[in-house]
Ligand binder design. Sequence first.
Ligand SMILES: [Cu+2]
Length: 148
Amino acid sequence: MKHFSFLLVVLAFLLTACAPASGGPVAAQNGIEIYGPWARAAVTDVSGAYMLIKNTASAADKLVSVSSDVAEMVQIHETTMDNGVMSMREVPGGLEIPAGGEAILKPGGYHIMLMGLKRELKAGEAISVTLVFENAGEITVNVPVSDQ
Ligand SMILES: [Cu+2]
């Protein structure tokens, strides 16, 4: 029962954390469209970046790597639940986005992990994040920092 109620709390968190992407894409290239990017404000040396990635092309694509000038290392992570403990790990081989499909990066799910931050990330500023896709190539996105 305890386990069950914990799962409900996690589920509620996941649902409320799923902010809808409003408006059009902030970047689009070779069929890949980026919507509603944001990064979490941070005083520690790690943070996460989130967005909706749509693939309007007729072939699957893959987000293979990410970089940002504010972080020493950037990885594509997935959040996993092992015996009721939430943890995360790097997505092996990159994050696939199906043809005509999308990948949702959000707190509690897939996310871009910014590690070794070179400075504090303050709400209201924006950071530059470069996404590298197997087919669509490099897309640099201006990512607003938020304390939401
Ligand atoms: Cu992570």
